[in-house]
Design a protein around this ligand. Structure first.
Ligand SMILES: N[C@@H](CCC(=O)N[C@@H](CS)C(=O)NCC(=O)O)C(=O)O
Length: 249
């Protein structure tokens, strides 16, 4: 996490300072990138609970729409009372606790914690190595920025082309973290992930934080290079389909 100005180190979780001015249309507001895997976790939970929210699309290269925040990554969630919550797994816990309080809180279920952690530290990095495997696949993944209404024409072009170069480099560095080549590694990680399923869901009969965290990561690659691997997985695909039905995203 880079520091933008002199000031306190940005932290994960609920922030002390309220930011009601960042709420859009008086409903919970999420600052996100369209294709961000971590944002999909939150979209999946909000969808499954039928919680209405506003989305602010942040431009991925300059993050103009997030300049007000010390935490300079997406997702950032701002609740209707102005509470700012940073970092996807923290946001999942925050939303669930305030809503139906269905899944265990952090520290209460080590399996859930382990798989939520896996979603960030392993699965998120594994999909990035696949999606941004070449300049061609990187441009395909960044093409959505050319269709975002709130970006200027110049910003769309820069975001697509510069974004693809940056993400290709990120993809390369993620690939170096694993012994296997990107596709084989993703397959290996999907096999490993399937060991965490506890019947229909990670949470058993209903999804918990581990379901939303890992589903969100995989959902972000749905229309992109490499998603066939998810579709072809005999255990992950049925679970993925259940999560898709339930979350509506
Ligand atoms: N641990 C964070 C990671 C969030 C994250 O890395 N988001 C990426 C987008 S997919 C981001 O904002 N990158 C911009 C940057 O790092 O400057 C979470 O789970 O929310």
């Amino acid at each position: 996490m880079s520091r933008r100005k002199d000031g306190p180190e940005p932290t994960s979780g609920v922030q002390e300072k309220l930011v009601p001015e960042r709420i859009v249309n008086d409903i919970p507001t999420m600052y996100c990138f369209e294709t961000c895997p971590f944002c999909f976790k939150v979209k999946a939970l909000l969808g499954s609970r039928g919680i209405e929210y506003s989305k602010v699309e942040v431009d991925p290269t300059f993050k103009t729409q997030l300049k007000w925040s010390e935490w300079d990554r997406v997702p950032v969630y701002v609740d209707t009372d102005g509470t700012q919550v940073n970092d996807s797994n923290y946001i999942l816990h925050y939303i669930d606790e305030k809503d139906s309080n269905t899944f265990p809180r952090a520290g209460e279920d080590l399996e859930q914690d382990k798989w939520m952690d896996f979603s960030n530290k392993v699965l998120g990095k594994s999909i990035v190595a696949v999606i941004y495997k070449s300049y061609r696949t990187s441009l395909q993944a960044l093409d959505y920025v050319t269709k975002v209404d709130n970006f200027s024409f110049g910003s769309r072009i820069i975001n697509k082309w510069l974004g693809a170069v940056i993400m290709r480099l990120v993809g390369k560095s993620r690939a170096k973290m694993f012994d296997l080549p990107p596709e084989e590694n993703l397959n290996f990680q999907l096999d490993y992930l399937s060991e965490g399923l506890n019947g229909e869901y990670f949470g058993g009969k209903s999804p918990n934080g581990a379901d939303f965290a890992n589903y969100g990561i995989l959902r972000s690659m749905q229309d992109l290079y490499g998603f066939e691997l998810v579709k072809q997985h005999s255990e992950i695909w049925p679970w993925y389909s259940r999560m898709q039905n339930l979350s509506g995203i």
